[in-house]
Design a protein around this ligand. Structure first.
Ligand SMILES: *[C@@H]1O[C@H](CO)[C@@H](O)[C@H](O)[C@H]1NC(C)=O
Ligand SMILES: *[C@@H]1O[C@H](CO)[C@@H](O)[C@H](O)[C@H]1NC(C)=O
Ligand SMILES: *[C@@H]1O[C@H](CO)[C@@H](O)[C@H](O)[C@H]1NC(C)=O
Length: 239
């Protein structure tokens, strides 16, 4: 015990006392603030729009449940999202509720734990058309023999036509595809842009037989200057 000096013991005592005092002072207001959800924000990919949040600062409040509401900007009443009323996870799918894609929306979340309710935490304004991330196209290699022929398919929105098929993102935006080729003999990271435009079927010529090539593609929205992530790689060896 000789290592512990009187002053460090004194400090320890103070820390313990502080803890105890803190616990005693935890009145309702403090608890409410401690469980209040944080970072309430929309995440949206191809109009699949979900509200995400983080639990409040209180640790170990495992029995916390959450309630979600939403509204269109300018409306005075909030709507309950029934599927996200008293849920334990930190995500709520508001795709159907935000389907008027030009409208600005808000979402908000409150928490309850051991009989105490937090205030609402409100998201920033979310306008699906401006803010959704567009996904990459799906790339299929149709055939490769001296040249490579590709088929590109636009990402689908979650919204359906009357016939039941999902509406492609090309219905909502003027989309361009960017197609890149990677020659596996060269640097893996070196992607060469070989096509930019709207065509769904693309032929890449002037390639060398016996060489393995990979293709990746992106979607680009010129009006918003938004680019998607790269599609997954499709590789082929030319005959
Ligand atoms: C969205 O609406 C469709 C059709 O009305 C329904 O089948 C689906 O369950 C809804 N999804 C969510 C997450 O609310
Ligand atoms: C590839 O091209 C050659 C010559 O044009 C042709 O004989 C061959 O059948 C083609 N192979 C495939 C798999 O299309
Ligand atoms: C949105 O995406 C999630 C995760 O991929 C999925 O579970 C959910 O069904 C999608 N929502 C709609 C309405 O399609």
């Amino acid at each position: 015990m000789r290592g512990i000096t009187l002053s460090s013991l004194c400090l320890l005592m103070h820390l313990l006392l502080d803890e105890i005092t803190t616990i005693l002072v935890l009145e309702k207001q403090v608890l409410q603030d401690l469980i209040k959800p944080r970072k309430v924000e929309f995440h949206s990919l191809n109009f699949n729009s979900t509200l995400h949040w983080q639990p409040g600062r209180a640790r170990g409040a495992r029995d916390t449940v959450y309630f979600v509401q939403y509204k269109v900007y300018g409306q005075s009443t909030w709507q309950n999202k029934d599927d996200c009323w008293g849920i334990q996870n930190h995500v709520c799918d508001l795709t159907n509720e935000t389907s008027d894609i030009q409208e600005p929306y808000y979402g908000r979340v409150k928490a309850t734990s051991t009989g105490i309710y937090s205030d609402w935490s409100v998201s920033c304004r979310f306008t699906p058309w401006q803010e959704t991330m567009i996904g990459p196209p799906t790339v299929t290699v149709v055939h490769s023999n001296k040249s490579i022929t590709l088929k590109l398919r636009a990402p689908r929105s979650p919204y359906r036509r009357k016939t039941g098929s999902k509406i492609p993102m090309t219905k909502y935006y003027d989309l361009l595809y960017k197609v890149f080729i990677i020659n596996n003999l060269l640097d893996e990271q070196h992607r060469v842009l070989v096509y930019e435009g709207k065509d769904k079927v693309i032929k890449i010529e002037g390639l060398r037989p016996g060489v393995s090539y990979c293709i990746v593609a992106k979607t680009y929205v010129p009006m918003l200057d938004h680019s998607s992530a790269y599609s997954s790689k499709k590789c082929t060896v030319l005959q």
